[in-house]
Design a protein around this ligand. Structure first.
Ligand code: ZN
Length: 90
């Protein structure tokens, strides 16, 4: 095992800010094709990181950044659900 002192960093897909991974929310597309928040950060599937802020979420939806990051199309229903889930984190 390597000794790693550096905090893992990820880029928010909304504002492109690089932040410690734990300050960001992971949104994952599961192998079953479900798009959901991954609060553990350990769920398998393709993931994207975003600040838990309304502004970043809206930016990601409006500009289809989340769809690009997850390489899938996301319907309005899913967007509404994610919006609600992120709102609960604030
Ligand atoms: Zn952001």
């Amino acid at each position: 095992m390597r000794k790693q002192r550096r905090v893992p960093q990820r880029t928010c897909i909304g504002c492109r800010t690089v932040r410690p991974k734990r300050d960001l929310v992971r949104i994952v597309r599961t192998p079953q094709g479900v798009i959901q928040l991954d609060v553990t950060g350990k769920q398998s599937g393709r993931g994207a990181y975003i600040c838990p802020s309304r502004a970043c979420i809206e930016q990601a939806f409006k500009r289809k950044l989340l769809e690009k990051a997850l390489e899938t199309s996301i319907d309005t229903e899913t967007i509404e659900r994610l919006r609600g889930e992120v709102a609960k984190l604030q």
